[in-house]
Write a new protein. Structure first.
Length: 354
């Protein structure tokens, strides 16, 4: 095990063990250098708009995405919820992909807290939304129906980069029908690295975008909502309502700034490791591995039912932590390097060679 221990020079792990954890890229631990950035943070009360670290981070993010303003949030869920409530009134409706995070994993907060209806739309296996399906769900101006107000899209979806021309066509069509558009870009930086498109190109046309700092970029907490000044003004009031007004938040905003300045290009390492993992596990006949050209840092693995429990235990004995082996998601991140990948593949082979 020790010969495969993480030796990345750019990432000095502060973990107390040497486990290899594939459950999510949210499990990354801040590097020593990232935590050192907190020591010099210029703190103030952000509710009064006086935390200089937050101000710098928000301005930096807005410029990066080519928008007028941005707002710091504790989480992506709160950022997406605030976006939907900023775009919509009670009785309005949001169009969202059936399998999108905002539809499945955010507790329908827009409906529960804001009285905003959710209209799920079927998506393809790769996450794409059909243009005609979206247009057909825009309701007529009739008192029997909710007012369709917002189209919410996502990139990446399950690690897959969405075709930019498809997203642009959906956004353009929605705008022509009078809808606003929001992008859940929790892992948009992965799409940026994979596609070669700039963050401005990826977000052009969207009225608002949410990006996450605590996934592939390795910050301990934080997301940013980006849009026009008027939109962010509405979002600021709603963030306060939702309990997102924080005080000396520069202690985490400084980590977010470090992440944006230092950890974007290194996402390519995660993509390379995911491909390496997919190739290695594909050589094992008992496994079904899903990994395509549009994938970034995720590999999906399906194992025969009879092997799932004993194999999971065998992996744990070797300090390999996974979420599932029933189309289980293996997420590569800055806490895992290529030597770790080699070790993991060998452990899988050892199990099936027993």
């Amino acid at each position: 095990m020790n010969q495969y221990k993480n030796t990345n020079t750019h990432y000095e792990s502060l973990k107390s063990d040497d486990s290899i954890d594939f459950r999510s890229d949210t499990l990354t631990i801040p590097s020593a250098a990232m935590l050192e950035s907190v020591q010099g943070a210029k703190l103030g009360d952000d509710v009064y708009g006086e935390d200089l670290e937050v101000i710098e981070l928000q301005e930096f993010a807005a410029e990066l995405l080519g928008k007028e303003a941005s707002l710091f949030f504790p989480s992506g869920t709160q950022s997406n919820l605030t976006a939907m409530l900023s775009h919509c009134q009670r009785g309005d409706e949001v169009l969202i992909g059936q399998n999108y995070h905002t539809n499945v994993y955010e507790a329908r907060g827009a409906s529960v807290l804001g009285g905003v209806g959710i209209c799920p739309i079927d998506t393809s296996e790769s996450g794409s939304m059909n243009l005609e399906d979206m247009l057909n769900q825009i309701k007529d101006d009739d008192p029997h129906f909710a007012v369709t107000k917002l189209l919410c899209l996502e990139n990446t979806i399950s690690g897959k980069v969405q075709p930019q021309d498809e997203l642009s066509n959906l956004v353009d069509a929605a705008h022509k029908r009078g809808l606003s558009t929001h992008l859940d870009g929790a892992r948009l930086f992965n799409a940026h690295i994979h596609s070669g498109l700039s963050m401005k190109e990826l977000t052009s046309g969207f009225d608002s975008v949410s990006i996450c700092l605590s996934k592939g970029l390795g910050a301990p907490v934080g997301s940013l909502l980006v849009g026009s000044k008027d939109f962010i003004g509405r979002a600021l009031r709603l963030r306060k309502m939702l309990g997102g007004g924080l005080r000396q938040v520069g202690v985490v905003a400084s980590c977010g700034m470090f992440a944006l300045k230092n950890n974007i290009k290194r996402l390519q390492e995660d993509h390379n490791n995911a491909k390496l993992l997919a190739e290695g596990l594909s050589s094992i006949s008992q496994l079904k591995v899903e990994y395509g050209e549009s994938q970034t840092n995720m590999v999906f693995v399906n194992c025969p039912k009879t092997h799932r429990e004993p194999l999971t235990s065998f992996l744990l004995e070797n300090k390999i932590v996974i979420s599932s082996l029933d189309r289980g998601r293996f997420v590569c991140h800055l806490g895992i390097n290529n030597k770790d990948i080699g070790f993991v593949v060998e452990v899988f082979r050892d199990y099936f060679n027993q």
